[in-house]
Ligand binder design. Structure first.
Ligand SMILES: NC(=O)c1ccc[n+]([C@@H]2O[C@H](COP(=O)([O-])OP(=O)(O)OC[C@H]3O[C@@H](n4cnc5c(N)ncnc54)[C@H](OP(=O)(O)O)[C@@H]3O)[C@@H](O)[C@H]2O)c1
Length: 345
């Protein structure tokens, strides 16, 4: 049956301006890192995307290597764009990235002009798109001059293959340099994509969050649920089929009794606020407008519905924030595998 998007979808979501740009992004965005490869039925992917779009989630985040196998998430999303989402391209913001290993040999990863431009072309072919809205350098390449990587991003925009560019996981100092180079090239940096959650605060310690605010660059916080730890799902053990049970990116060893004790405390605060823990984790990332959008993942449509519900209560009392800090900063933990910036901040 032809998919007809919910007519009131934009009323269900909050949209935030991305830095100093003209682009508005939904407060909750959907990433296709997990659950969009060959290991997930196509109908599940369709249901997740439809549910997200119906809730006003207009931003879908991809990368060349999302799968498994690498590239298959872009292929699956391309199929959804051609079928379910046919005619809706101008209603969505689609991003992709290059930098992690995508093909064998010396040109299939990192930040050379050779890698970025070839990879962008491949991503467009897989998704069947003329352009992506945002194209990222997925990680800093310490062995390639920043001028080369930023020059490639700027040329991708000039060639009409992306509307905007972004950086992912660059620390504060390298972000300043990259943003200055892009400004000189006349292609401003739209957005930065770092990991950030109540359990992973490197962007605060490194100064990146303040730097982005100062530079007028938007921000999209990935893994705001710490890959599922900041939900109620692991409170009674590791459920079958959950990410921690799959031995992929979430190491079950991070679900220690000490870590879960903190999560239980956070769960109590969320319940007192009338939210699920996932909703509070998303609202916390967005608190005070410091972050443009929270970038979640989902293995089921119901999770997207739960997460999008975060926008119903985004404000925190000082007492709630202090209690969250006490539970998560004493001592600090970075229990997310993807917690560090490209330069180990
Ligand atoms: N730039 C980078 O280097 C980078 C790195 C990593 C991720 N990302 C981006 O960030 C996106 C999100 O990352 P992520 O998937 O780690 O984010 P996340 O939102 O922290 O974790 C998503 C996982 O949490 C669980 N979950 C989500 N909603 C839930 C709910 N309401 N109740 C219970 N469990 C829930 C699901 O786990 P189960 O699967 O166990 O159900 C889901 O797969 C990626 O898709 C990608 O676009 C970027």
């Amino acid at each position: 049956m032809t998919y007809v998007p919910a007519a009131d979808r934009h009323e269900r979501m909050v949209y935030n301006r991305c830095g100093n740009s003209g682009l508005l992004l939904p407060a909750v965005s959907l990433g296709l890192w997990h659950n969009f490869g060959h290991d997930t039925p196509h109908q599940t992917k369709v249901a997740i995307c439809r549910t997200a779009f119906d809730l006003g989630i207009t931003h879908f985040d991809l990368a060349n290597n999302y799968g498994p196998p690498p590239g298959s998430a872009e292929e699956a999303f391309g199929e959804i764009l051609r079928t379910e989402f046919r005619g809706l391209r101008d209603h969505m913001v689609i991003s992709s990235k290059a930098g992690y290993r995508m093909w064998e040999g010396p040109y299939g990863e990192w930040g050379s002009r050779k890698n970025l431009i070839a990879s962008c072309d491949q991503s467009l072919r897989r998704m069947g798109l003329d352009y992506v809205d945002i194209f990222y350098s997925h990680r800093l390449d310490p062995d390639t001059p920043l001028e080369e990587t930023m020059g490639a991003l700027a040329d991708i925009v000039r060639a009409g293959k992306a509307l905007y560019v972004g950086l992912s996981s660059y620390n504060s100092a390298r972000t300043r340099e990259a943003v200055a180079i892009l400004k000189d090239l006349g292609v401003p940096c739209l957005i930065h994509q770092p990991s950030y959650s109540m359990l992973n605060r490197w962007v605060e310690r490194d100064g990146l969050k303040d730097t982005l605010a100062e530079l007028g660059v938007g921000s999209i916080a990935f893994s705001p649920l710490a890959q599922g730890m900041l939900t109620s799902k692991y409170l009674k053990g590791i459920p079958q089929g959950s990410r921690a049970s799959q031995h992929k990116s979430l190491d079950p060893d991070t679900l220690s009794e000490a870590a879960l004790a903190r999560v239980r405390g956070l769960n109590d605060i969320a319940a007192a606020r009338g939210q699920t823990l996932a909703q509070m984790a998303i609202a916390w990332v967005l608190r005070g407008g410091g972050i443009t959008t929270a970038l979640i993942g989902a293995s089921r449509p119901e999770q997207v519905t739960d997460c999008a519900g975060a926008v119903a209560k985004l404000d925190f009392s000082d007492a709630e924030l202090a209690e969250i800090d006490r539970l998560t900063l004493d001592p600090p933990v970075d229990i997310n595998l993807w917690s560090r910036s490209s330069e180990g901040a």
